[in-house]
Ligand binder design. Structure first.
Ligand SMILES: Cc1ncc(COP(=O)(O)O)c(C=O)c1O
Length: 386
């Protein structure tokens, strides 16, 4: 069954210059209200993982519902501190000595991926212990993610300290433990992960003040078992008396964005091939990396509707293919296509390979109408090179 746009949204998008991302405030608020209800029900804190979604013109809205941000680099930390201006948590697999001073001044919660990094930076960190809290990321060695690329608990993972490498005698100054093991998963996966976490690291929890259950919780997906998540958090808090943090990225912006594209040309080579002004390689890289097949308004799998096309991007990469889709009417030059669920892991991951320009960013305001918040030009390409 093909997905359709509401007539109001379709009307709004008619005027959008392509290619462009459109983030819909009303859809975002729907997700944020659910995340806020989780905070209210359980007393847990919820952070926005900036790696997934960092459209900062929306931070004034998002900050009304969430506690802060989870950053994974110096620049994300600065964005979070300056533009979100609530709690700033930072985790990186390794901090450089050059950057650590700034990391320390920007973050209020800093998570270390190893005891060697903790020992390297401990003296400067502890000089700030009145204002900052520090944690170790642990690896519960319990895999729930089926794709190795996204499984932080896969064999030989560099992410998090395993129990065998944990150094309890180095915990002075550490007030938290962090794990991140999930990707697009339901709360039963978290429950099993907490069990593994407790069995390996539970003995250290009485010495802690807080834990962070990471991201990968698909909380805003229809069918997500939120009651089970709430009971898992309630039980954990009651047992250990700790603050619980979650740092979802995708769940914050799930199903609230679109990518609008236009057909530039139609060519034939054994089938009809439409070349778009939007590219898988540059504008929706997860289509190739995950990989996955994005939904398009009014389109169905190939052969279902009368007109089938392979959709490709304007780069010279042979594999810049979005997929094969069928449509009720034939496509022609200028036809507009709208891809669903394009807010998360798109704007933060896109690139200017081939000099292809980045899509503009528009916001669909809750009171109606589209607002252009960012347009890109030659200077943005030039600025990345020298
Ligand atoms: C440490 C950490 N926290 C949070 C996230 C956010 O995950 P998601 O966007 O799947 O919720 C990630 C994603 O890779 C991560 O590595």
């Amino acid at each position: 069954m093909e997905l359709k746009l509401s007539s109001e949204l379709a009307e709004d998008l008619k005027s959008a210059p392509t290619p462009c991302y459109v983030v819909d405030e009303r859809l975002l608020i729907k997700n944020l209200l659910l995340l806020e209800s989780l905070r209210v029900r359980t007393g847990c804190k919820v952070l926005l993982a900036l790696k997934a979604f960092a459209a900062f013109s929306l931070f004034p809205l998002i900050r009304n519902y969430l506690d802060g941000v989870a950053a994974s680099s110096l620049d994300e930390a600065r964005l979070g501190r300056e533009e979100f201006a609530k709690e700033t948590h930072i985790f990186s697999p390794a901090y450089s000595e050059r950057e650590f001073g700034q990391i320390l001044s920007l973050g209020d919660h800093i998570v270390f991926n190893s005891f060697s990094q903790w020992k390297l930076f401990r003296t400067s960190a502890l000089a700030m212990r009145e204002q900052k809290r520090f944690a170790i990321r642990v690896n519960p060695e319990h895999s729930e993610v089926k794709t190795a690329l996204y499984d932080p608990c896969a064999p030989f993972s560099r992410l998090g300290v395993t129990r065998a490498n944990f150094e309890p005698e180095q915990l002075e100054g550490i007030s938290g433990l962090h794990f991140h093991t999930l990707c697009e998963l339901n709360s039963d996966s978290l429950v099993r992960t907490i069990e593994a976490f407790e069995s390996k690291f539970g003995e250290f929890l009485p010495r802690m003040e807080w834990v962070n259950f990471g991201g990968g919780h698909h909380i805003t997906r229809p069918g997500y078992a939120i009651d089970l998540l709430c009971s898992a958090i309630d039980r954990f808090k009651a047992k250990y008396g700790l603050e619980v943090y979650l740092e979802p990225g995708e769940a914050v912006a799930l199903n609230c964005g679109f990518l609008a594209a236009s057909v530039l040309d139609i060519v034939q080579n054994g089938m009809n091939i439409a070349i778009l002004d939007a590219s898988a390689a540059t504008h929706m890289p997860d289509v190739l990396e995950m990989p996955y097949r994005p939904e398009i308004a009014g389109a169905a799998p190939p052969g279902v509707l009368p007109y089938t096309y392979r959709l490709g991007g304007p780069t010279c990469l042979a594999g810049d293919i979005i997929g094969d889709y069928s449509f009720q009417e034939p496509l022609s030059v200028g036809s507009k296509l709208v891809f669903f669920d394009m807010a998360h892991y798109t704007m933060v991951k896109n690139n200017t390979f081939n000099g292809v320009r980045l899509p503009s960013i528009l916001v669909r305001k809750k009171e109606g109408g589209l607002k252009m918040v960012r347009e890109f030009d030659y200077e943005d390409y030039l600025g990345r090179l020298s």
